[in-house]
Design a protein around this ligand. Sequence first.
Ligand SMILES: [Zn+2]
Length: 221
Amino acid sequence: MNTIKNIEKKCAVCGYNYHYQKLYNDETFGMRDLDTRPPGIARTFMHLMVEKCPKCGYTNYDIRQILIDFQKSELDDEHYQLILNNANINFALKKFMLIALLLEKRDAKKAGMSYLRASWMADDSKDTTTALKTRSKAIHFLELSLKDEDNQNIRLIIVDLYRRISMFEEAYDYAKYLYDNFGMEDYKRDILQYQMQLCLAKDNLDHTMLGNYSPIVKNNN
Ligand SMILES: [Zn+2]
C-alpha cells in the first residue's frame, strides 16, 4: 500500500517546526531504469526524499538529523545561496542539488547518488544543461567513492552515466573492462552487454534494465 503522511519535524539547524510529507511505499511494480531510477510511485514522489527547511534553507534526507561536523556557515556559502535563491530551478531539482553540495566533502557515495537523483529531476524539468552538469558530478563523486569501497552496482551506474552524457567510448570501454575483469553475475553481464549495444548505437536515452535487450547472436563458426 502507498500512503503519503504529513509529519511535523523540527529543523536540526534552526529549530523551526514544519510539516513534511513522507511516502510510505511497500510495493513497486515495473522495471528500474539502467541507472537504478525506480518506477511507479517511488519515481513520482522521489522529491519527498529530501527535506528543505523553509526558514533557514538547510536540507537533509531527514531534516531532524544534523550532518556530521556541520557548520551553519555552510548555508551562507555563496554557491549554496545561489542555488537556494534561484527561482528558475525546479523545486525538486533544487533540493537534491543542495543536499548533494552539503554531502560533497562528507560522503562521496551519498553525494554522487544525490547528484544522480538531481539529474533525474533535471530530466523531468527538461533542464538539459543541469542534467549534464549533475551527471558529470555524479560520475566524479561515485568514482571517488570506489577508492574507499568497491561496489559493482556503483560501477554499473557509472557506465550508464557516461552513456547518458553521450561519452559513448568511455561508457563502452568501461562496460567492456567490467565485463572482462570483474566476474560479475549473469544478469549484470547482460546489463553490460546491453550497455555496449546502446553505446555502439550512440543511444543516450533512458532505458529500463533489459527492457529492450536483444542478446547478441554469437557466431560459432
Ligand atoms: Zn531550519
